[in-house]
Every structure is written in C-alpha cells, then in structure tokens.
Design a protein around this ligand. Sequence first.
Ligand code: SAH
Ligand code: SF4
Length: 412
Amino acid sequence: MQIPGHIDPVTTGTVPLRGGNRVDLVGLTREGIRAALEEAGLDAKAAKLRSKQIWHWIYHRGVTEFDAMTDIAKAMRPWLTERFIVGRPTVVTAQVSTDGTRKWLLAAADGQEYEMVFIPDADRGTLCVSSQVGCTLNCRFCHTGTMRLVRNLTAGEIVGQVLLARDALGEWPKGTMASSADIDDEDDDAGHYTADGRMLTNIVMMGMGEPLYNFDEVKGALKIVMDGDGLALSKRRITLSTSGVVPMMARAGEEIGVNLAVSLHAVNKEIRDEIVPLNRKYGIEELLAACAAYPGANNARRITFEYVMLKDKNDSDADARELVRLIKQYKLPAKVNLIPFNPWPGAIYECSSPERVRAFSNIIFESGISAPIRTPRGRDIMAACGQLKSAATKPSRAELDRIAEEKQAALG
Ligand code: SAH
Ligand code: SF4
C-alpha cells in the first residue's frame, strides 16, 4: 500500500488476512486469482479456467462459499475452501435513517473501522464508499478529518463494501447460472438464470478518506467494479471526489476514467487555506488548471465542484460571483453542488441559512451554470456528507486544533 508520487504521508499498516492463512480472493484482479490458484498447485490451464469461473461467482453472483460454485467439480471445492476465502467486511452496526438512507459501520480483519452509506432515490441508488480509515487531511468542517487513526483500505476492502451492499439489498441475480465454462458441472441445475432490476446503480467515492491518497487500491477496486463480467457498473455511474490532490488528478482521469468531483468550498486563498488546509500545498489556480486538463471532462461529462455552505465564511454573493468567474476563466465544463453544512459534535461552523443558500445558487444558475442544492440525507444517523467517523466523540476545541496541527505538519 505505497502512496504513489511525491505526495503526502499516510500511515499504513499491514493488513492481517481474514480467514487465517487463507487468501481472500476479493480485490484480486482476474490475473491475481489465476496466479493464486497456480501458486496453490493448479496447472496453468486449470488455473485459468477456475479463475474465470470463480470471478464470475464472486462478482456476478455474490457467492461467498466455494461449495455453492456449482460449475466447479465437487471434489475441488473443499480444496479451494482450505486455501481461499471470499471475504466480506464485518458489519459492526447497521442503521436506517427516517429518509431511507442506510449506514453501516464495518470492521476490517484487523479491527479497523470505516463506514459506508447507501442513499436511495426515486431514480437511482447511490453507495457512498470509503477509501481510508479516517483521513490524513483535516478539512475543518469535516468529522472524518478529526480522526487520528488512518490506514488505507485495500482494494478488497473497498470492493468489499460494494459486495456487502448488494448482499444487504438482496440484489444478486437469482436462479442458477448457465456458464459456457460449465465443462465439468456435476450439479445439473444450470439454465434459469435471471438478472433482475437493481437498487444500487451509482457509486461515489465520498465516504471516509481521500481517494487520491490511496490511488492504487482505489483504482484496483474500481476496475473490478467496472468489469463487464461482474458488477459491471459503467464509469459514468461512478464519481470520485478529491479535496484537490493535484498531482494525482491526471492519472485518475487516464487510468480510472470515472467522473470527477472536486471539493472546492472556497474561492480565495485565505478562506480555502483555512477550511481545506491542503490548499496551502496545492492552491486554487493549480487545482483549477488540473481540472481544465482532466481527461474525459466535456460538456456531457462535467466536473462537479462541491461547495459546502458555511455561514459567514464562504457564502456571500461576492463568493458566488467569484466562483462563476473562476469557472469561466478556466473554461471548465462544470456544475456546482451546493452542500448545506452538516453539523457534528464539536464542529466550529454553522450552516448558511436556506435563504442564503438559495441566493448563492441563483447567482450561479443565472450565469448559466447548474448549481443544485443537495438535500441532506441521513442526518439523523450521522450519515450525511462529512459526518462519518468510526467512533463518534466530542473532542475539545484544543484537541481539534492539536489534530489539525499534527496533520498540517505531516503535509510539510
Ligand atoms: N475526501 C474526499 C471525499 C469525501 S467527502 C473529499 O474531500 O472530496 C465528500 C464531500 O463532503 C466533500 O466535498 C466534503 O468536503 C464534504 N463535506 C465534508 N464535511 C462536510 C460537512 N460537515 N457538511 C457537508 N459536507 C461536508
Ligand atoms: Fe478528508 Fe475529504 Fe474530510 Fe477533507 S473533506 S478531511 S479530504 S474526508
């Protein structure tokens, strides 16, 4: 779990394997599964065939037991069970909001905890996925930023959130599978497989953590999520949100290719330095230039600028006009997402009034740029944007300042 590039420090530990010495196949590439099978003793041809079958069972059917993989010879299934697992994160708590939003607190094999949120809407269902336990950054309005403990999640732990959501939503295809690889099927029950309608249609990398500080694992996980023979989510239905890790943005566009959201939140150096301290390292101009160069952004696939509405901090008419000016100056195919600030215990900011948010939105709309106001979801279970934190406590102001200083020092 090396952090790529010349960028900033993230503490990571080694993740002990779930299932003892057995290898968790979730998160491996197809090639990785093939190599693992070969290493365990299968010959090249068998490893290739079995990896294809296993991939399909894991990602298309949501199966976690080798015994249920009916096109794999019965005699081979215990052999697989002895050596491998198809893991899931442990669910510590699962909550449902009055508005239908669901939040899960999950534990990794080493006990580290992270959260995932599902937001159902009339026309879509969005899973908000975490990329790290905590966050090394400390945006001053964000609950996750007050967490000290941090490690990167592995690709398996990231994709595991999607698998678990589909388990919980009960939306793996029903019936049994007819596979062209069915050459030694001993269970003669193939043939009535149906793919039914889905609740989980979109993914946002907007849970805990900064996804571009965990580039390789996030990329690995999203490649699996986008793979046509499996979860098969289109890159157009996936959005990665960054607080502005400029050196990784071009690679995100080229190598992952999903939609980009940028947590802008302020239009001048003074305020952005304060509320998104990463700005002291990668400033607004540099960030917007990287947005202008983002591969794949065009009028049909706009970059989303997230803007949290903080009372008397970043919410004036002048701020709205400056935001429009910047977007036009950099000729960005952009939309703005206005996020009413979601409070958490100990937060030092307040949300702008609804009238202020509306006025801010109107100024941007009048310039021809879309600026919807996001309806907060799941606030009653602390599942809304920026409320995630695996152990909710109310730190003192002095503690918050200390954490902020430590993280700032680590940024260099
Ligand atoms: N770390 C990434 C993605 C996770 S946060 C990032 O910062 O972009 C998802 C969005 O919620 C970000 O735009 C973030 O700035 C915003 N956010 C954080 N705390 C918030 C809060 N308390 N209220 C509203 N939005 C918040
Ligand atoms: Fe980290 Fe994003 Fe929260 Fe900032 S807003 S502290 S980058 S999770």
